[in-house]
Design a protein. Structure first.
Lengths: 159, 159
DNA sequence: TGCCTATTATTGGTATTGGAATTAAAAATG
DNA sequence: CATTTTTAATTCCAATACCAATAATAGGCA
């Protein structure tokens, strides 16, 4: 039986866990890239377009919680690979309508779920009680971070 | 009072929480950069050098869980800003010994803790019971991810 | 000692990410 | 209807981040 941990130890270990979890997700994306030829963001974007129908670039960016300027590059590479197409929106000529090509659909049918899917499968395999507990913990953590974000004006001087 | 959630809902929300937490940490780094002139990785590297004494580039990279080639760039920028110096190692001429300059130490004394510090403060403010629960949940999550990582050879065909 | 291997730092190339500025088009306002 | 404002997509720039390849040095072994 492991010795009792101090609060400080628990915190340190939790931090490391969080880092490892984030890194595990990144590594998973890299593995997919190695073996599948699509980077994590590319697969993710293709996934969104395949499952949520045609989307404008802005909507796609919103779904991925990324900036438009970031997604432009991802879309460029998917277009270059012939997996999606940019169609003009007949109703609003500022917009582009992004959709998978047949080839993109084909890839999507065979591809693993995007990074999040990995985690998803892990969570599915957990007992409900555990998921409940995790959920509550994450919410707490988020509240703490959120609260800090609002009320922590930087206390240090600028040069 | 909110309606009871299904397991699936709990999972979805947990995923989103995780993403938001990661994003909050990234945003914090960006805030520090805006107001302090050092990016997250730069502050982190300076912090490690300031607290762990002179380190070789490899050791610094190991501490940050980054590749050496990534850290070279971060070190370049810190050197360019005059916050650290590269000294030759008298015992092994392959190595460089990285250490803060007086100016680097000065910045470090006034700077907020690196990104992780933000989270750290949040955790410190939580009750021990909550931290215990979070710790346990994260460990479980990590186990699930780790297990999957090992036994999930990619099941999809390569083109 | 001299050759072979391993280690250290670096460079080069590609991808991701956000912010700032630009262009084009739609919407709102007078 | 003309002007202004807002919105959508894009381009450009800097910083991460990885991998692969290289140069220089150290260490091991015949």
């Amino acid at each position: 039986m492991p010795a009792a941990r101090t609060k400080s130890q628990l915190i340190q270990e939790s931090m490391q866990s969080l880092r490892r979890i984030v890194k595990a997700l990144e590594d998973y994306s890299r593995d997919v890239e190695q073996q599948f030829g699509l980077t994590g963001p590319q697969l993710w974007a293709l996934w969104e377009l395949g499952h949520e129908g045609p989307l404008s670039l802005k909507d796609l960016a919103a779904r991925m919680h990324l900036e438009s300027s970031t997604v432009v590059g991802v879309v460029d590479r998917l277009v270059a690979k012939g997996l999606i197409v940019r169609n003009p929106d007949p109703l609003d000529r500022r917009k582009v309508s992004l959709a998978p090509t047949p080839k993109g659909d084909q890839i999507l049918a065979a591809a693993p779920p995007p990074a999040q899917g990995h985690l998803l499968q892990g969570l599915e395999s957990m007992h409900r009680k555990r998921v409940e507990s995790l959920h509550e913990s994450l919410q707490t953590l988020e509240q703490v971070l959120g609260a800090r974000k609002l009320k922590a004006p930087f206390f240090f001087a600028k040069e």
